[in-house]
Design a binder for this molecule. Structure first.
Ligand SMILES: Cc1cc2nc3c(=O)[nH]c(=O)nc-3n(C[C@H](O)[C@H](O)[C@H](O)COP(=O)(O)O)c2cc1C
Length: 369
């Protein structure tokens, strides 16, 4: 069945052994200076070993000021390359493809972590855990610097032997903040109408594609619609953006839906899941990833039948390290959360990552008292 069929990426020499990807997941297991931590290595290599065809790293920050979380992988300095190389080599040892997700947190880069006031497309206020944070508007020279930072990060990933990068333009981070009409009220060429709001992500993509060989995969993750407190994304604009990114030379698109079978909020009556809209928009031969509430083998098959080329597994891949081999049985229904700390430890999560997962409601079982 398709889930276990290899997938050769069009126009490149890269082939994934199957259609199962580990979704990019922040896990706090790297070092304070952004170099790779052993625990981060172990958690990812275990998934490669267990047969995930593609391993996405957590979001890695392209500049020091763009860090979003403590213990996050960095890709803003040459000192990060050896760790990234170790990771790429470890993943390749098991025949999986290694892709680094790269990002800048923008408004979501806390001053407590970076030491500087966060900036975004426009100045605004953001409430974080009851506190009101003041976000300032970035200057044109800061935008030029951030473009350069993304390009350099992609070069470092390439030098480290990674198979590609994914631009994180979802979940309310900097690239998403520029695309959004809510957080981008600029009046220069980077804001205002749709063409201007998507200029930043397009320039980054085009510059990376121009300097790295065509075999190096450059994809983009987007949030197709509003979610939680992140507003200003219109579904029809997202479809147009997908088409434009394809024409600009993107190698794949990754849709973060949070529910792979839901219809667009904008067209609830359509009975057609978001993923099928994107498939129709992009035509048959453009690699498309979907993530969101995929747990069982049957759900993964269904997502592929609805138009995805890859399923990106998040929480189930944390809990069930050997999901790929288990899913060879089409009836496979995984154990669902909450998982005990011992269970997660056996799935190659460090104590630190287990503590982090306690923030995700209902994921880690309460310890017996
Ligand atoms: C612990 C955790 C960390 C995450 N970190 C990231 C991240 O760094 N980048 C990203 O694009 N998505 C991140 N996500 C979202 C996942 O990639 C995925 O899209 C989401 O969890 C939905 O898939 P699921 O229902 O299979 O968990 C994270 C999710 C979890 C659970």
């Amino acid at each position: 069945v398709k889930l276990f069929e290899p997938y050769p990426f069009p126009n490149t020499t890269k082939t994934s052994a199957n259609r199962i990807a580990l979704a990019p997941m922040t896990n706090g297991q790297s070092n304070d200076d952004g170099t790779l931590g052993d625990d981060e290595y172990n958690w990812l290599i275990r998934r490669a070993k267990e047969g995930f065809g593609i391993i996405f790293t957590c979001a890695a920050h392209v500049s020091k000021e763009g860090q979003g979380w403590a213990g996050e992988l960095g890709i803003w300095h040459e000192d990060h390359i050896p760790g990234l190389k170790r990771l790429a080599d470890g993943i390749h040892q098991y025949g999986s493809l290694a892709i680094v997700q790269i990002f800048h947190g923008g408004a979501r880069s806390p001053e407590s972590l970076t030491g500087v006031q966060p900036w975004s497309a426009s100045s605004h206020e953001m409430t974080v855990g009851g506190d009101i944070k003041k976000i300032r508007e970035g200057s044109i020279s800061e935008i030029e610097d951030v473009i350069e930072a993304f390009v350099k990060a992609a070069q470092r990933a390439y030098l480290a032997g990674m198979d590609g990068i994914e631009l994180h333009a979802a979940h309310g981070y900097l690239l998403h903040q520029f695309i959004s009409s809510a957080t981008n009220q600029r009046t220069d060429q980077y804001g205002g109408n749709f063409e201007n709001r998507i200029r930043l992500v397009r320039e980054i993509l085009q510059r990376i594609k121009a300097i790295l060989p065509p075999t190096f995969l450059v994809g983009i993750r987007i949030s197709p619609e509003d979610k939680y407190t992140f507003k200003g994304i219109d579904f029809d604009e997202s479809l147009r953006l997908a088409q434009i990114l394809k024409e600009d030379g993107a190698d794949f698109l990754d849709i973060s839906t949070w529910d792979s079978f839901a219809s667009p909020q904008k067209y609830p009556e359509s009975q057609k899941p978001v993923i099928s809209w994107f498939r129709k928009q992009l035509g048959a031969n453009f690699p498309l990833f979907v993530a969101g509430e995929l747990w069982s083998a049957a759900q993964a098959h269904q997502a592929l039948n609805l138009g995805a080329d890859f399923v990106s597994l998040g929480r189930v891949a944390i809990g069930i390290a050997d999901w790929p081999s288990k899913a060879k049985d089409i009836q496979f229904e995984p154990q669902l959360p909450p998982y005990s700390a011992l269970h997660l430890q056996k799935a190659s999560l460090s104590h630190h990552f287990i503590e982090y997962m306690k923030r995700w409601k209902g994921f880690v079982a309460d310890e017996p008292s």
